[in-house]
Design a protein around this ligand. Structure first.
Ligand code: MLT
Length: 240
């Protein structure tokens, strides 16, 4: 049997082993992976992720659009914040994007030793699960969480992934996966409500009216695009 492990926040990644032989699924529903997937839906060329805003901003010199937030608020002077509507409204077709976010890019960059890194949200969850089954390798589901804390929206998405792949030769290999799966079973028909009542929805209220972002992020399977992270670039898997 193949194994599913779940990392419920960036702080738990240090306890994960054998990442180099696993497919890692990055989840940051509100809002980093939702935004990255949206960027490719809008025709972006590729994305580079950064841990710090200064390095990210420097990419302007190489004609990158620079995108980023800290604590949910758009970084000053950046072209894009971290709302999917920033990507939709500005128009990013054929653009190169440099991005840095509070948790999502941190999770991504912590996973670069994996055999494959896929970027998932509710927007592309079924396509991602089909790809995991096809890859036929052990899986680490990596929830970005919030500054080391667990959050409900990423955990819910992790549980949905588990529900979609567990009957295809995968077993739940840790209690974090059991918790995520149980949380999903209790809330499988309440996705939007879980996101609306999340701690991050409350944080976002300080800067934006998050309702639009939350409703958008709760949509299921609006695309089959699967962004993957390899050799420092995030690309649409179908164009690699
Ligand atoms: C994160 O990295 O935690 C999120 O992207 C934060 C946000 O976009 O509000």
């Amino acid at each position: 049997m193949l194994s599913i492990n779940t990392c419920l926040s960036t702080d738990f990644v240090k306890y994960q082993n054998n990442i180099e032989n696993k497919v890692v699924v990055i989840i940051d529903i509100l809002r980093a992976t939702t935004c990255m997937i949206t960027a490719f839906m809008e025709g972006a060329s590729h994305i580079r992720a950064f841990n710090d805003p200064d390095s990210c901003f420097q990419m302007r010199k190489d004609k990158y659009l620079v995108a980023g937030e800290r604590d949910g608020e758009k970084l000053e002077g950046f072209d894009l914040g971290n709302s999917p509507f920033d990507y939709i409204n500005l128009g990013v077709k054929d653009q190169k994007i440099a991005i840095t976010t509070t948790n999502g890019t941190k999770a991504l960059l912590a996973s670069e030793s994996a055999v494959k890194v896929v970027i998932c949200s509710f927007l592309n969850i079924s396509a991602t699960c089909t790809d995991l089954i096809k890859e036929n390798k052990d899986v680490l589901i990596f929830c970005a969480g919030w500054k080391g804390l667990v959050n409900t929206e990423d955990t819910l998405c992790a549980g949905m992934i588990i529900s979609k792949i567990k009957d295809f030769g995968f077993e739940l290999n840790d209690d974090a996966s059991v918790l995520a799966f149980d949380f999903y079973k209790q809330n499988s028909s309440n996705i939007l409500e879980v996101l609306k009542s999340s701690a991050h929805a409350k944080r976002l209220k300080k800067f934006v009216s998050p309702e639009k972002d939350i409703e958008y992020a709760a949509q299921l399977d609006v695309t089959s695009i699967i962004p993957i992270f390899e050799k420092d670039l995030i690309l649409d898997q179908d164009f690699t």
